[in-house]
Design a protein around this ligand. Sequence first.
Ligand code: PEP
Length: 261
Amino acid sequence: MKKKIIVANWKLNGSIALLNDVLKPIANFVNSHEIYSKLIIALPFVYLYPAYNIVMDTKVIIGAQNVDIHPYGAFTGEISANMLNDIHIKFVIIGHSERRLYHKENNQLIAEKFKIVKNSGLIPILCIGETEKDHSLFMAKKICREQIDEIIHLLGEKAFNNTIIAYEPVWAIGSGKTPSSNFIKEVCDFIKVYILNKQNINENSFFIQYGGSVNEKNIQEICNISSIDGVLVGSASLLLDCFLKILTIVSKEYQKSFLNC
Ligand code: PEP
């Protein structure tokens, strides 16, 4: 059975105090419980190395939230994939809707980021999904297809080998609204079939997550969606009690599917 993956995205939040008060207890929890999933916590750049040192002897993995398209050079303020590699960071979120919106990152730039991440031996966590307007026009699948196509166009038939896709409807992020389980299943099944038809890769070589207002109340239902290989949790991952509840439920639900296969 495919291992599930949980990604926590701290966004623009963090401090040394938060590493001690939230990250450390999470790492202790994960080390003393079997959660039947890989747990990746994506942090702002300045906390990556301190966080890596905190979790290095635990099962928690630290990831980045962004990367530049250049390997080095005169690009003040940017962080390269080589730098992430240098500090043992292997997973990078790219194409998050907040970067698409506030930093005007388009599909082409995101495909370039995907390329440098893969060429540097890192694993991209690619966020895709439709806006509220697209959703109201029933365009979720079309938007996801376009976001995927740009990457296949640049990287070819093995583009999605060993990668993670997070299906995150933009309207569900930070809004407290989530799509129905049927809708998540329909779109994630579509993404999987579309990629497998276009790519010369094995089904087990890429993972699909759902992200958007995942919390301790809806995680149980979301875990039951058979098409997803895990979840991406934003705001709820900063609240220790909530996140530990999420991990406890995930662990119970994924244990069931693990034992049933
Ligand atoms: C996210 O940051 O990608 C996200 C899904 O955030 P939230 O869980 O807060 O909606």
